[in-house]
Design a protein around this ligand. Structure first.
Ligand SMILES: Nc1nc2c(ncn2[C@@H]2O[C@H](COP(=O)(O)OP(=O)(O)OP(=O)(O)O)[C@@H](O)[C@H]2O)c(=O)[nH]1
Ligand SMILES: [Mg+2]
Length: 424
C-alpha cells in the first residue's frame, strides 16, 4: 500500500539526551533531507552534514544523516534518519522545519510500524514482538520479544498454513477426479492422518502452562492468610521499601497492594491482601473478597499463618508465621526471609521453563489456536465427506490468517498499533 504523505517523528527516547534520532518515511523523505542541507547521501551510510533551515539558510545543527531507500527500509518506503543533538530546542527546531515542508506531517503512534506491516515488511506476530521488545523490562521479556520480532512465531504459523494448503490441495484434486461414487479411501486416510498430525502440533504449542503470557504479563504471587500474620511485612521486605502499612492492629490491610519485582529475569507481581477472618465491617469484607479474587488470579499463593491448611492446591505454598510456636515460620521482617522466598518463586518459575523457546505471549494467539484445534477435531472425523473436511480446514486457515494479519480488521490493527509509541 503506497502512502502519498511522508511522516516524521522523534524516534529516540525522552529529551534531553546525548543523541536524538529523527525518522522520516515516505515519498518526500529524500527531498526533506535535501531541504535541510543533506544532499548526496550514499544509501545506508552515515554522512556528516550541516543542517539548516531552508527558509533563511540559518544553521540548525550538525549531525549524521542516513538514507534507506525503499523497499529495503524498516517501513518499506524511502526512509531518512537524522542523528542530531538531543536538546529539546534543537530537536524542536528540526521538527518545525520538517512540518513546514510540503507533503510532510508528524507521525501518529505506531505509524512507522503500521506502514512496515502494510508493506509486508513484518507480519502481525513480528510487530507484536517489536511492541513487546520496546516495553520489555526483564531479561526473559527481552529474549521472548526479540525472538518473536525476528519471526519465531511467524515461522511456525507459516509452516502450519503450508500444511493446510497441501491438505486442501489433496482434497481438491481428489474431488475433481472422482465421479459421484465413493472417494478412494487412500486419499481420505492420508488427509485424515495429516489433520491429526497438525492438530497434535498446535495442541503441543498450546500446552505451555501459559509460560509466554507469564513472561510478558508477569508471574502473579498473592500473599494470603489471617490478620497480623505478617503479610504486609513480608511484602515490604520483598520490595525493599515501605509499600504497605504495617501495624499490630488486626485488619490493617484492606486494598490489594502490589509490588513488581524482577526475579531470575522474570517480571513478578506480588500482591498483599487483607487478612482473612469473619467480620461485620463492610469495608473489611470487601477487602477479604478482593483478597480471594487475587488468590484466584495468582500463579502462586504464599499462605501465611499459624495453622497449615488441611490441603494445599498445586499453586499454594504454606510459609507458616513468625508467631508459630513450632518455630517453623519465617521472620517476615528479616532480609533472609526475602532470599528464601525469592528462591521459592525462582524454583516455581524454573518449573515452567521449556526447552522449546518459541512461545506465545498473548491471549489473542491462544484463543485462535484453541479454535483451530477444535476445527481440526471436527475435521478428523474419519467418516466425514471430504467436502466438509475442506470447510473445516478453510476455517483453520482463516484463524491462522488472523494470527499473522493477512486477515485483519481495522479494530485489531488499531488496538495493536496504539500500543506503540510515537516514532515507532
Ligand atoms: N516478631 C515478629 N513480628 C512480626 C513479624 N512479621 C510481622 N510482625 C509484626 O506483626 C504485626 C502485623 O504485621 P503485618 O505485616 O501488618 O501483618 P498482616 O498480615 O499484613 O496483617 P493484616 O494487614 O492485618 O492482615 C506488626 O506489628 C508487625 O511488626 C515477624 O516475622 N516477627
Ligand atoms: Mg497487612
Amino acid at each position: 500500500m503506497a502512502h502519498s504523505d511522508t511522516i516524521f517523528a522523534l524516534a529516540s527516547g525522552a529529551l534531553p539526551s546525548g543523541v536524538a534520532v529523527i525518522r522520516i518515511s515516505g515519498p518526500h523523505a529524500a527531498a526533506a533531507a535535501v531541504a535541510l542541507g543533506a544532499e548526496d547521501l550514499a544509501p545506508r551510510q552515515a554522512s556528516l552534514r550541516q543542517l539548516h533551515d531552508p527558509a533563511d539558510s540559518s544553521a540548525l545543527d550538525e549531525g549524521l544523516v542516513l538514507s534507506f531507500p525503499g523497499p529495503h527500509s524498516f517501513t518499506g518506503e524511502d526512509v531518512v534518519e537524522l542523528q542530531v543533538h538531543g536538546g529539546r530546542a534543537s530537536v524542536q527546531a528540526i521538527l518545525d522545519v520538517l512540518g513546514s515542508q510540503n507533503g510532510l506531517r508528524p507521525a501518529e503512534a505506531g505509524e512507522f510500524s503500521r506502514r512496515a506491516f502494510e508493506n509486508g515488511r513484518m507480519d502481525l506476530t513480528e510487530l507484536e514482538g517489536l511492541a513487546d521488545l520496546v516495553e520489555a523490562e526483564t531479561e526473559e521479556q527481552r529474549k521472548l520479544a526479540f525472538a518473536q520480532s525476528r519471526g519465531a512465531l511467524r515461522e511456525i504459523y507459516v509452516g502450519w498454513r503450508n500444511d493446510l494448503i497441501a491438505m486442501r490441495a489433496m482434497i481438491e484434486a481428489d474431488l475433481d477426479f472422482t465421479d459421484e461414487e465413493d472417494v478412494p479411501d487412500s486419499v481420505a486416510a492420508a488427509v485424515f492422518d495429516r489433520v491429526v498430525e497438525l492438530r497434535g502440533k498446535i495442541a503441543a504449542q498450546l500446552d505451555d502452562q501459559r509460560y509466554g503470557e507469564i513472561i510478558r504479563d508477569g508471574f502473579r504471587v498473592a500473599l494470603v492468610g489471617p490478620p497480623n500474620a505478617g503479610k504486609s511485612t513480608l511484602l515490604n521486605n520483598l520490595a525493599g521499601r515501605d509499600v504497605a502499612i504495617v501495624s499490630d492492629v488486626a485488619g490493617t490491610t484492606r486494598d490489594l497492594v502490589e509490588a513488581v519485582l524482577d526475579i531470575a529475569g522474570h517480571k513478578v507481581i506480588v500482591t498483599d491482601t487483607a487478612g482473612q477472618r469473619d467480620t461485620a465491617d463492610p469495608i473489611e469484607r470487601e477487602g477479604i473478597r478482593r483478597a480471594q479474587m487475587a488468590a484466584e488470579d495468582a500463579d502462586l499463593i504464599l499462605r501465611l499463618g499459624r495453622d497449615a491448611p488441611d490441603t494445599l492446591s498445586g499453586t499454594e505454598i504454606f510459609l507458616g508465621s513468625f508467631g508459630d510456636e513450632t518455630g517453623t515460620g519465617y521472620d517476615m521482617r528479616s532480609l533472609g526471609t526475602a532470599d528464601a522466598i525469592i528462591d521459592l518463586i525462582s524454583t516455581r518459575l524454573n518449573e515452567l521453563k521449556r526447552s522449546e523457546p518459541p512461545l506465545m505471549s498473548r491471549v489473542r494467539h491462544r484463543r485462535l489456536l484453541e479454535s483451530a484445534v477444535e476445527d481440526l477435531g471436527q475435521a478428523s472425523d474419519r467418516g466425514k465427506p471430504l467436502e466438509l473436511v475442506a470447510d473445516d480446514l478453510r476455517s483453520v486457515s482463516e484463524r491462522l490468517g488472523r494470527l499473522s494479519g493477512t486477515i485483519a480488521t481495522d479494530d485489531l490493527l488499531d488496538a495493536i498499533f496504539s500500543e506503540f509509541c510515537i516514532g515507532k
